[in-house]
Design a protein around this ligand. Structure first.
Ligand SMILES: [Zn+2]
Length: 190
């Protein structure tokens, strides 16, 4: 492993303001994929198709990077989201957050509550599609956003050879900011 200071004449693109380099390869520990149950396959393929359709609607003048998402609610409804960028950059909305927001605006939480479910049981799965990406896993910001609604939802996407990649949200963010502890604190229970 070497770290070296960025200096003029290095191989970085002109204008690159990154200050240091490393040739150390990141160590990525990939959790084991979940095999999708046969009976879930048709619905999951539809969810991926919806995410693909949503990505075409992306507003991404700054990144040119389309992302589409589609969430499946406990009552079988599907809601789409796409990235919506902003010239202020930090105001940019990510596709996964838009999909979840769309579902909530349409009453998904209220329907779940009426059915006796908690907020952690509203969303069964989310599909993510980014044509320029290498896999469907959401960015870490979105993983935390999704954690507000439970860790058991499946995160899925298109894999090689027509396969479906699938992990639980809990596998993707094993140490999330702890909603249970925060809620307990708010209620004065700790
Ligand atoms: Zn994101």
């Amino acid at each position: 492993m070497t770290n070296e200071t960025h200096e003029s004449g290095c191989s970085c693109p002109k204008g690159d303001r990154i200050l240091t380099h490393t040739n150390r390869k990141p160590v990525i520990q990939t959790p084991p994929l979940i095999e999708v149950a046969k009976e879930d396959e048709p619905l999951y393929r539809k969810l991926i198709a919806e995410a693909k359709a949503a990505c075409l609607e992306a507003y991404r003048p700054y990144s040119q990077y389309n992302v589409g998402a589609a969430v499946l609610t406990f009552d079988g409804r599907i809601y789409r989201g796409c990235n919506v960028e902003n010239c202020g950059y930090t105001q940019t909305k990510h596709a996964e957050e838009v999909a979840i927001t769309s579902a909530i605006v349409d009453g998904a939480l209220a329907r779940a509550q009426a059915a006796g479910l908690s907020q952690f049981e509203v969303f069964l799965a989310i599909a993510v599609y980014a044509p320029k990406g290498s896999d469907p896993w959401p960015c870490c910001n979105c993983r935390q956003s999704l954690c507000e609604f439970g860790f058991d939802m499946h995160v899925i996407g298109e894999g090689p050879n027509d396969s479906i990649l699938c992990l639980t949200l809990g596998q993707l963010i094993p140490h999330p900011f702890p909603i249970a502890e925060v809620l307990a604190s708010v209620r004065g229970e700790r």
